[in-house]
Structures are given as structure tokens and as C-alpha cells.
Ligand binder design. Sequence first.
Ligand code: SF4
Length: 655
Amino acid sequence: MTAHAQFPLLMSPLDLGSVTLKNRIVSTGHGTRHVQNNKVGDTFIAYHEARARGGAGLIITEAMMIDENSVNSPGHLYVGTDDVIPGLTQLADAVHAHGCKLFGQVFHLGLEQMSTLDGRRAAAYGPSGGVSERYHVSGRTLSRDKIAELIAAFAAAARRIKVAGLDGVEIAASHGYLIAQFLSPQINMRTDDYGGSLENRMRFLTDVMAAIRHEVGADMPVGVRISGDELASDGLTPEEVLEVCDLLDATGDLAYLNITSGSSRQSGSAVHIVPPMSTDIALTAGYAAAIRKRVSMPVMAVGRINRAGTAEQVLSSGQADFCGMTRALITDPEFPNKLAEGRADDVRVCIGCNQACIDRMHRGFGVSCIQHPETGRELTYGMVETAKNPKRVMVVGGGPGGLKAAAAAAVRGHDVTLYEAENRLGGQANIAQLLPRRAEFGGIIGNLEKEARDAGAKIITGTRVTREKIEAESPDTVILATGARVFQPPIDGIDEAHVVNAWDVLEGRANIGARVVIADWRCDWIGLGLAEKLAKDGCSVRLVSTGHVAGETIPRYMRDLWLGEMHKLGVEMIPMARLFGVDEDSVYFQHIASFEPVICEDVDTVVLSQGHEPVTELEQALQGWPGKLHVIGDALAARTAEEAVLEGLEAGANP
Ligand code: SF4
């Protein structure tokens, strides 16, 4: 079935003012950290070109900082001087070569300014002073002169975008950043004509729009991104946003509205900016639908629209005119082309884990994908070349790392056989998906298995590999992806207490008493997930973590959602304590900073989440084996699926 028959709206053109998109699939503005020294470079161009080549209809650049005060990292694109123009032109040329349109987003952080480029705490600006709860920043009130300067800076940025050859401009009025701070009656306390009434609070935005229009002329499409609900205690409500959109529509000057949700300003609202897998799909479609009923311009919905069918449903139900599918395009840059070729079943679906995309960005590294580490590494892995000297490759272990290794080697023409000792593929991913809020994680296995089989790898389950088997088959290369097992540290008094491990609980093998202490060294999904599961099962739960906060090592939006749930469930959280010992009804910890004891009394069951250790028996048995050996993922050191899949790619691409 052709794409136009299966997804007639999603794959149909859309006019945004004078610009026609070839389809309604959009890569929305998102920080990539592929920017170097605040400028467009080869990595950044290759990243966006991959999605243009894959068939996206529109790419919107990441938030481009219009003012030096809003630049807090060399990984942010700065559009405040003309020297950004040549790089943007190269980007536009690369994107246009594939029939994709490119808009530039103009942006100011306002109070959400964490630091300056040289590491100082920032002297941030707000409409009327104020603070950032999330970044602990207090702001200066913008003078009228500075307001005029910023409006001119937005306009100058738009001029540079036009001169560089981009197709449109998007104004970021979303997520609690500067323009949204002006719009909010709870943040904007000005008493001049930029504060007070809605018209006054909108004046900064409408002045920016007018100044941009003056610079770019009548034809260039200009859109606004706004949160349909900031979901924050000081944020815009859906009713307020509807009024804002009414007035924006009345200007007749906008080509579209891009409806997102959430706000940077509070942890509980920031989670909606890039909603993780436990949140609804098509998160902003409801807000977009309400706005679309009242305005005369196209409206975009975003937020976990991870499948073409979901997008088509959003469009066909009249909720929106086009769809932001950013992570879907990070996971599978080729997905629009696959739809166009009638290969919807071949699309690698985003599982909403946030691990290698937004979390890498938050950690200061370039955006990639846990399932498709080629994303963000296009200069290294963008082109697949067939091996001149194909090898016989044996992969041992059918978890995410082994499957990716098999896929990467087979697609390059190597003769690959993957062996898995268990009767089903997946390794620890099968256990991870048993955690609350992680049910979609198992999708990584289906996606990677398909990738490996489609590439031509042979997959054999229920077969344990030994040195003798390797010697009998005599492959050129062995890739060991044997994973990890539960690590059991020495614990004083363990024989006196009821102690179980996390896997036993998740796989239903443990009897759990009413009063539970979870000893959480990993500070990851497991401790939080077990606490949620057991609290919902009716247990009284204490979650004792070695880190500063439970979930310290996981993507912050996922962690913050979970911490909110912990509070609602009444889970007692005890940070900064290492497990020391147990007895019949007590658990003994030591505070990691004071070294004083932390004692939990009246405990029925202790659940250990103390990490994992590599399965190394086969590696040890292979000492002296003459072939080429790669050890990847948890078999190398127990970490996460992100490292396993990336190391699978590295080993499989060069077996
Ligand atoms: Fe989606 Fe996870 Fe990949 Fe991010 S890392 S694009 S959330 S599958």
C-alpha cells in the first residue's frame, strides 16, 4: 500500500504561508549539542541533513540565542552576529538538497539562564525581576531600553536567518522562557505597558513579531511556538493560552502555531518538554485541537507522536494540521521515506526512554539514540560501506548490544551468526520492561532483532556458546555480549534477615513483607521502579540511596516524574547512605558524608539494588584464542543499554 493510501494526511503537502511542506512530518527545534563554539559545524549539518535525506517535510533549528545574555554553553547556536550566516547557509543548502524546508527558531532564556559562557552565575533578565526555581537564579528587571534592545536583537536574528537562505522563522514563546515569562500574569509584575492586561503582557511578543516582519518582509513565514498548558504553578493555563492564540490570530501575521506543553521553570512542568515513555502519546494534541478550533492558521501538535498511525489519527481527527515527530526522526531518520515506499512496518519506533537523546544533551553531549547510535555520529557511521573482505562473525549474547553488533556487521556484508543462551532474545531489557513506567523499553529488542534479521544475520536461541564451539566453528571474529548478572556485595548479617534482589522481585520470585527497605546503590530506574511497584502493592517503603537523590543517574525528566510519584505514594526517601549490614528486623547504613550510622528499624524485607557484574566466564575461557575478540556492553562493564548498543555498533562496523 502506498504512503498516500495508508497515511493520506501525514504524507500530503501543507502550506505555511508562502512555503509548501512536502509532508507534515516535522523535526521541531531541539538542542542537539552538535553545535561547536556556538556555531554551525560539520557534525551539526550532517545531523540535520540525515533527517532531511530521510524525508522530513520541515526541520526547525534548535533554539538560536539572539542575545549574549542567553548563551550559557558553547553547545548553543548563537545568532546574534553576522558570522553565523555562512554556516546557516551551508545547513540550508544541505537540507534543501533533499526537498526539506528549514526554519530558524529565535529564542531567549530570560530567567532560565543557568550560567554565562565563562562559568559565572548569570545576571539573568526577567520582565520584572523574579527567580528561576529550577536553576536557583534571581533575575534583573528588564529596563525599557533593554526591552527595545532585545526586540531589535530578535529582528536582527531573523534577518540573518533570511539572508542565510532559510525558509521561515519560529519565535519561541514556549516552555516558560523569556517571552512566556512576559505572557504569564504570575511572573510579569510590570506596571508599564508591558505588564498588567493580557494585551500589555503580549506586547513584548507582538513587538518582536512586528520587528521580525519588518526585517524579513511580507512573504517569509513566521510561526510561534507556545505551550498549550505550561503545567506549572506560575505558568500559563490552557484558558490563558487560548486567549493569547486568539490575539495572535487576529494579527494575521503568523503562518502557524506550534503547540507544545510544559515549562522549564519547575521540575514537575519541565518533564512535559520532552515527555518520557510513561506519559501519554500525542501529549499536546488536545491543546492543539482546542486552539485549532479558534484560529485560522495551521496548528502543529507534538509530544510523543512516535508512530505514523498516531500522527495520521491526530490529523484525521482534526486535532492538528501537522506533527512534530522529533524523537521519531532521531530514532529512524529514514522513517518518512519508509512511509513513502510503503514500508511502514520497517520503521524503528522511538520508545520514549529519553536516554541517549535529551539526556545526552542534558549531560553536555551530542544527541543520539539508544536504538540507533548512528544518529549524531553521521560523519562516522552515516554511510554504510560493504566490507571488501567479509568475515565470519560470531556474536554471543542476544541482548541489545549483541543484536546491534550483529546488525552492524551483517549490513556491511559479513557472515554473522548470533547465539543467545536463553530461549528468547533481550537479556536485561526483558527485566527492565517489568518496571513501572518502563513497559515500552522492551520495544528495543523487537526493533534491533528486526534490524539484525533484515541485515541478514542468523539468530540462534537456546544455545550456550563454549570455547569448544567457537573452535569448532572457527569464526574470524567473536563479539562477546554476554551481559551481566546481579551483583551481591558482602553484607554483614545477611543470613539473619529476609533479603531479596531486584530481579527476584520483578520476576515474581520473591515473597515480600509489609515493611520494605530498598537499598539502592545504582540510583537508577530500578530503585525508583521497585519503590513504586511495592508501594502500589500496599507495602510501606523506604528507599535508601547512595546518591544525593534516588534516580540520580537517569534522565532528569524521568527521574522528576518518579520523584513526584514517590511523594504521592508516601515512599520515605533517604539519600546519601551506603548499605552496611542487616539483622532480623533492621538495616544498617552509613551516611556517605558524615560516616554516621543511618538505621532503618522494623523492616520485614530488604530489597537489594546493588548493581550488576559482567558475565566473563567465556571471555576467560577464550584466553589465548587466536581470533579477533570484542567484549562489549555489560560484559565489559555493567552499565546501560546505551553503551551496549553503541559498542555493538562499533564492534559490528569493524569486526
Ligand atoms: Fe526515542 Fe529513546 Fe531514541 Fe530518545 S533515545 S530517540 S527516547 S528511543
